[in-house]
Design a protein around this ligand. Structure first.
Ligand code: BG6
Ligand code: MG
Length: 222
């Protein structure tokens, strides 16, 4: 019989509101490139790697063919420098409501915890939030072949934790992230508006609605 072994969390937009800073940094770059970019289009970028996000923005503006790989690397670097500047002052007060309580409850229950973020800045952000000590594993994105929505990142987290995917709960705020969790054969919790996540097993509007007991109950009755 299946039993819950681990929780695997996304970072940006789940643990802290860095999803907003990614949006602001991409928006500034899109404006500079003359590409019209909205919060609605931004939903397609959530969870997606830096270079894949840039490719999508250029695609939105039909400018995909205008830049060489080297030029695109410079643009991605520029966005990242802006993003890093925006998150400079991040501190434990930026942990989203309900998250630290949930992490504490997970660890008190003796379950394992992993981070499956597409961000190369993830460890730095976790350290700034003073949350790194909760995590048994932080997946190194540099070792992955494919980004979300591919399930590789969640499967790698389970492998590193030495647990079975079907005994894991994944928590995400991105459509690509929920696809990644479901295709890994895990139970998916989404944070955000219900209509965005038809594949999620549970959708909570905000992190404030997360409750360890509620999650366990829903996982066991799935
Ligand atoms: C994901 C974010 O967590 O990380 C994306 O949802 C972001 O918006 C991606 O593009 C990559 O982040 P970074 O920090 O490596 O550019
Ligand atoms: Mg996210």
């Amino acid at each position: 019989m299946d039993k819950l072994q681990a929780f695997i969390f996304d970072l940006d937009g789940v643990i802290t509101d860095t999803a907003e800073y990614h949006y602001l940094a991409w928006k500034a770059l899109a404006d500079e490139l003359g590409v019209s970019f909205s919060r609605e289009l931004n939903e397609e970028l959530k969870g997606i790697s830096r270079m894949d996000s840039l490719d999508k923005i250029l695609e939105f503006g039909q400018k995909g063919a205008e830049f060489t790989t080297e030029e695109k690397e410079k643009l991605a670097k520029k966005k990242n420098e802006h993003y890093v500047l925006l998150i400079k002052k991040i501190s434990p007060s930026d942990i989203l409501p309900g998250i630290e309580k949930l992490l504490t409850d997970i660890k008190s229950a003796g379950l394992s915890l992993a981070l499956a973020s597409a961000s190369k800045n993830a460890t730095m952000v976790l350290e700034a939030l003073n949350l790194k000590q909760y995590f048994d594993v932080i997946v190194d994105v540099n070792t992955l072949k494919k980004g979300k929505p591919d399930p590789e990142i969640f499967l790698r987290a389970a492998e590193l934790l030495n647990v079975q995917p079907e005994n894991c709960i994944g928590v995400e705020d991105a459509i690509a992230g929920v696809d990644s969790i479901k295709d890994a054969g895990m139970f998916a919790v989404a944070i955000g508006p219900e209509h965005l996540f038809p594949r999620a097993d549970i959708v909570y509007q905000t992190t404030n609605d997360l409750s360890y007991n509620d999650l366990i109950g829903k996982f066991l009755n799935r």
